[in-house]
Design a protein around this ligand. Sequence first.
Ligand SMILES: [Zn+2]
Length: 151
Amino acid sequence: MNRPAPSSEAAAKTADRSPCPCDLGTSRRLALADCCGRYHAGPLHLQAPDALALMRSRYSAYVLDRLDYLRATWDASRCPVDLTVNEPGLRWLGLEIRGHRVIDADHQEVSFVARSKFAGKAHRLVETSRFERRDGRWIYLDGEPGESRRD
Ligand SMILES: [Zn+2]
């Protein structure tokens, strides 16, 4: 049977080579497949090596509406039950990492600024996120507004 390749597969491949959302606005220009996409699915699924990589991959998951990944990397008791996809018209503009603090072998913090635009208004989310490694996997615990709790 001469079956054409599924178009969804072709679309997925194209998407994988597109610039990773976490990288917009910088000069690295890594493809999604070489950056956060590795942790969203495939052999390295949920294997972000540190909190910084997890932070970036979660930002990209927000941009790409990967709610499955957000839930899987969120402390189960803190993950909102009403997590939803982006509202139509919301645009994520970029992620800027402001700090990465290693507390101990299984705890790290990442400070970041995530910029978005909705209905013509720019929004900046400034947060210091706390991460914990459980059974070898980094997960997001919670975050506080601002760049660092020690400042
Ligand atoms: Zn990325």
